[in-house]
Structure formats: structure tokens, C-alpha cells
Design a protein around this ligand. Structure first.
Ligand code: SF4
Length: 438
């Protein structure tokens, strides 16, 4: 029996790509194993969003070298964004690597593996596809009974934020036909899904480039009509493309969870401009003000980068001020580090390391206090929780999530999985609440 070992890094787009990879290699007769030592085929599905990502992948590959020396028939493949970025160079640097498969070429992986099996042939495929071809090649995934599933609606990004590698490794935006999205949602619901998260680098610009396609808001409304589906989420949203039509969905669609991840990245206009984000601080605050007006119970999370080249003390204070006004429940924050190949990498990185760290620590402390206040406020509340399965803490409890995407662990019978049940929140931890079923 042939076996494969797959490791996935990075965002939910890679999670979906990995599901497709699993389907492809299973079609070749491979079954999944938990360690590279047991595998005939090792696949790394990589992410290049963070600095030094390539170095980490090369380091990771180094661990497999002794395996390949012992078992020359072992096939090693690298997929995803680092594969796209490195291409041929990766094959040259790592002589025991067999396959480098770019972000537009996953559909070719089975052929490459077969060729490696039969002829020991090495492959690198990293060409970007034309939009039309790509539109026909959105991931098709292996069946699963999971309660919460991702569905890709758009791939790539046209925004070219100055710090971001994504448009360079994922290519331009291509929206998936809405009929196909709806078909996949129906299929996943038949398999047992109760929650669908529509994903893409920028879901808000769904359909914008296709004359005959509906808007993202219209797509949400159609998805909400699918019988048996209980909850809908989407990510990631770009603030500049967050239309009134889309915001109104939070008021109109009961199935749409009352949570939005809306990356702000910075609170000052000069930095936003240098980042090429396409909105001002006031425009961003205007969007969240409207979200709260339309849907008072909505909660928001965001991303923030600290220490962008040229950022001044007063620009940083504007970010702090924005965090106080926006009151996100959570932020994902990073100290700026240049990604080679992006335009921000050419800017002078002029802020001393200690200053960046100091800003970062201050920002984290502020946000932690806001987050703590939300978590405390929720104690005692009875909230509908969609039960997803056994708690990852392995203590026999179940886990589910609130509409705000907060994990809740509680005692309950496994036959509750897939149902929305009322749970009283009793204790707040950093990453989850403890609750009791009422
Ligand atoms: S919108 Fe900006 S940050 Fe987001 S993927 Fe596109 S370029 Fe990157």
C-alpha cells in the first residue's frame, strides 16, 4: 500500500488546496500517514506570507534528506506559495527534491507524481494560467463529514499592497462561477457540513471582473438559500471593497455569522498610503461605523502591521487611537519585515528594532485589555453554539463556536455534533471559553 505524508502551512486557502492534494494523491492509490518516516510520498504545502518562509521550507526539506538517502524511491514534493516563488531554483538547490508545484498547477500534481514513480523524473511547474483556464480548475476536495468547511470563491489578488507577496505568488484575481460555488455548497451540506466559510484573498471583489457574474453580496444571499446550511462566514475582506450592499447582508441574512475580519493594517493615512491600501483612516472607520449601525451585535477582528518604513511616532499613535475606537475583539499583529519581491522591500527600513518592539508591545497590551473586556462581558451569557466535534483538549468535552467565531468547550453528548445548541459561558481563557449546556 502506498502512503503519503502532507504538511500544510499558512492560510485557509492552503487548507483548501491541501484537501484537493489529498483527493489527487488518493486517486493514485496513496493513503495518509502521520509521519514522514512511514511515507512513500512527502508533500509540503507551503506559505510565503512571512519573512524567511523560504528558509524555513529549505530547513524542513533538510530533515527529509536522510530518508531519501535510505529510500531513494521516496518522492518529495513542495507545493504552494514558496514553490511558486522559488521554482527551478528550489529543484537546483535541493537535489533530492522531486517535484516543485506552483499555486496554479495543483491539478497537475497527480501526473507529476506518477511520472516520478515510473521514470524518476523531476518536475517543476510554476506557470500562471490564463484566467479562463484557471476558472475551470478551482479545487475539488475529498469528501468529509466535517461540520465546518471552506469553499473557495475567488483566487489571487489585484491589489498589490506594497508589503504583500500574495499577488506575486497567487496571480491575479479570478472568481469562480457562482453556479459552481452553489453546487459545492450543496454537496458539502449533503456530506454533513452545517457551516460554510466562503474564502478568497479578497472575497469582496468577487465577480467584479466578470461581466456576467453576480456580486459577492448576491452570492451570499444565494448561499443562504441552501437548505440544511445553518451558518455562513466569509474571509478575507478588503475594506475598500466592502460595499453597502454587502454590509446590509449582516442585517438581512440570519445565517450570516455576526463576525467580520476586516484587516486595517495601520491607523494613519501616510502609512496606509505607503502600504497602498486604497482607503483612508476615516473611510475605514466609516465602514465599521456602518457595520455597527446595520448590525449592532457584530464583532470584528483585524490585522495590524507595526513599524512600516517611514512610520512616525504620531502615525503609530493613530493606530493606537484607531484600535481604541474600533474595539476589535482580536487582532493579528506583526512587526514589519520586508518580503523580497514586494515594493516595500525597496523602502528604507528606517525604524530602530527596539522602537518597533516597543510599539508592538504597547499595541498588544492595549488590544489584550480590550479582548479581555469582551471575554469577561460574555461570561454568564447563553449563546447559540454550533457543535463541531470533540474538544481538541482531549478531555472528552465537545467544542463549537459562537456566531463571533469564539471557541466554546463544554460537556455534552457526541450526538450534538452538527447542531446549534444554547451554551452558557462560564470561564474565559485566552483562546476559548468554557461553557455549560442549558
Ligand atoms: S489585499 Fe493586499 S494584503 Fe490582501 S492579499 Fe491582496 S495584496 Fe495582499
Amino acid at each position: 500500500m502506498k502512503s503519503f505524508y502532507l504538511e500544510t502551512f499558512g492560510c485557509q486557502m492552503n487548507v483548501v488546496d491541501s484537501e484537493q492534494i489529498v483527493g489527487l494523491v488518493q486517486s493514485l492509490g496513496y493513503s495518509s500517514v502521520d509521519s514522514p518516516e512511514q511515507a512513500n510520498l512527502i508533500i509540503l504545502n507551503t506559505c510565503s506570507i512571512r519573512a524567511r518562509a523560504e528558509r524555513k521550507v529549505y530547513g524542513h526539506l533538510g530533515r527529509f534528506k536522510p530518508l531519501k538517502q535510505r529510500r531513494p524511491e521516496l518522492i518529495i514534493a513542495v507545493c504552494g506559495c514558496v514553490a511558486q516563488q522559488e521554482g527551478q531554483r528550489m529543484l537546483e538547490k535541493v537535489p533530492y527534491l522531486d517535484i516543485v508545484c506552483g499555486t496554479h498547477n495543483i491539478h497537475r500534481l497527480a501526473d507529476m507524481v506518477r511520472d516520478a514513480e515510473l521514470h524518476r523524473a523531476r518536475h517543476v511547474e510554476v506557470d500562471f494560467l490564463e484566467a479562463d483556464k484557471r476558472r475551470r480548475l478551482f479545487p475539488e476536495r475529498a469528501p468529509s463529514a466535517e461540520v465546518s468547511r471552506f469553499v473557495t470563491v475567488i483566487q489571487g489578488c489585484d491589489n498589490f499592497c506594497s508589503y504583500c507577496i500574495v499577488p506575486h505568488v497567487r496571480g491575479r484575481e479570478v472568481s469562480r462561477p457562482s453556479a459552481e460555488v452553489l453546487e459545492e455548497v450543496r454537496l458539502l451540506v449533503e456530506q454533513g457540513a452545517r457551516e460554510i466559510t466562503l474564502i478568497g484573498q479578497n472575497v469582496n471583489s468577487y465577480g467584479c471582473k466578470e461581466d456576467d457574474e453576480i456580486s459577492f453580496a448576491s452570492l451570499l444571499r444565494k448561499v443562504a438559500e441552501v437548505d440544511g446550511l445553518e451558518r455562513i462566514r466569509f474571509m478575507t475582506s478588503h475594506p475598500k471593497d466592502l460595499s453597502d450592499e454587502l454590509i446590509d447582508c449582516f442585517a438581512d441574512l440570519d445565517k450570516l455569522c455576526k463576525h467580520i475580519h476586516l484587516p486595517v493594517q495601520a491607523g494613519g493615512d501616510a502609512v496606509l498610503k505607503a502600504m497602498r491600501r486604497g482607503y483612508t483612516r476615516d473611510q475605514y472607520l466609516g465602514r465599521i461605523e456602518r457595520l455597527r449601525r446595520v448590525c449592532p451585535e457584530i464583532r470584528m477582528t483585524s490585522d495590524v502591521i507595526v513599524g512600516f518604513p517611514g512610520e512616525t511616532e504620531s502615525e503609530f499613535e493613530q493606530t493606537m487611537d484607531l484600535l481604541e475606537r474600533a474595539r476589535f475583539t482580536e487582532i493579528y499583529s506583526f512587526i514589519f519585515s520586508a518580503r523580497p519581491g514586494t515594493s516595500a522591500a525597496d523602502l528604507p527600513d528606517d525604524i530602530p528594532k527596539e522602537v518597533k518592539q516597543q510599539w508592538f508591545d504597547r499595541m498588544l497590551a492595549l488590544q489584550e485589555e480590550i479582548t479581555r473586556q469582551y471575554h469577561q462581558m460574555d461570561i454568564g451569557q447563553v449563546l447559540p453554539v454550533l457543535v463541531e466535534g470533540s474538544s481538541r483538549q482531549g478531555n472528552g468535552q465537545l467544542f463549537g463556536r459562537t456566531t463571533w467565531n469564539r471557541i466554546v468547550n463544554f460537556d455534552g453528548n457526541p450526538d450534538l455534533v452538527g447542531r446549534i445548541v444554547p451554551v452558557r459561558l462560564t470561564v474565559a481563557y485566552r483562546n476559548s471559553h468554557l461553557g455549560e449546556r442549558v
